[in-house]
Design a binder for this molecule. Structure first.
Ligand SMILES: [Zn+2]
Length: 269
């Protein structure tokens, strides 16, 4: 066995990959053509040895997986939702808001899972299908997004299910439509942070408790957010959406670090 092959085997680098690796690096060092080589050149051998030492260290420094936020733009497919104008269905506004919020959350270090990315993507998505997707996502928070043509300002809804002690989770079977109960306390704290942040953005905002299938079956801190018109803006207004989305993203960032806060102190942007 040639000593070069023995060296690479010792490092755990397949010699065949070594050949490709060498060709690519030879190109960087001025070789006019890319080709597989049967022998390792000395510069490539050195580079491979350095990589073998450094790559595991680089992998060890990879940051932990980003926390996940689940965004469900309500309606979609044949379910167009409310008519915000004669030609504008709610489903188009909620997906636009979800996409806008997604961008802001990614910048803040979150990973975002969307139940669908275009209004037509939701054509075969049932209500239970959305919930199943959310409950499997591993999200630290689940946000359902609505829009309205007449309910003024922003409205935040939390499940009306009575709060159940988290410690009781798993001690008895959980009904599908009551799965949110052990999460209600955390959902209320999240709603409080969202309300405070949106209010600070000089936007009228009201919190509610409600019976809503889309919330009651979720096994994550969950709220529904409805964008309604203001005196000077409709729900589809990009500036209005951006202002609310920034407040929501900032509140989620604060809430992630302070999940038990109830003061509405989240001023992080
Ligand atoms: Zn709706």
């Amino acid at each position: 066995m040639p000593w070069t092959r023995a060296f690479f085997l010792l490092l755990g680098i397949p010699t065949e990959e070594c050949g490709v690796f060498i060709a690519e690096n030879a190109h960087r060092w001025g070789s006019p053509t890319l080709h597989r080589q049967k022998k390792c050149s000395k510069p490539a051998l050195f580079a491979a040895a350095v990589a073998a030492v450094l790559l595991p260290a680089a992998r060890a420094q990879t940051p932990a997986q980003a926390p996940i936020i689940l965004l469900d733009a309500a309606h979609g497919g044949p379910d167009t939702g409310a008519r915000l104008t004669e030609k504008l269905p709610e489903r188009d506004v909620t997906i636009a808001f979800a996409n806008r919020l997604q961008s802001l959350l990614i910048v803040r270090g979150f990973k975002v899972v969307l139940t669908h990315t275009t209004p037509d993507d939701a054509a075969n998505l049932t209500g239970d299908g959305r919930v199943e997707l959310a409950n499997r996502s591993g999200a630290i928070a689940c946000l359902t997004l609505h829009a309205s043509g007449n309910a003024a300002g922003v409205h935040i809804f939390t499940s009306a299910l009575p709060e159940t002690e988290p410690a009781l989770q798993g001690s008895k079977p959980v009904l599908w439509n009551e799965a949110q109960a052990p999460w209600v306390t955390r959902s209320l704290r999240l709603a409080s942070e969202l309300q405070a942040a949106i209010s600070r953005s000089h936007t009228p905002v009201t919190n509610h408790r409600t019976w809503l299938a889309a919330l009651d079956s979720l096994t994550c801190p969950a709220v529904a957010i409805e964008l309604g018109p203001l005196d000077d803006a409709t729900a589809q207004d990009p500036t209005y959406q951006q202002r609310v989305a920034e407040a929501v993203a900032g509140a989620l960032l604060f809430w992630r670090g302070h999940p038990n806060a109830v003061t509405g102190a989240g001023a992080v942007r």
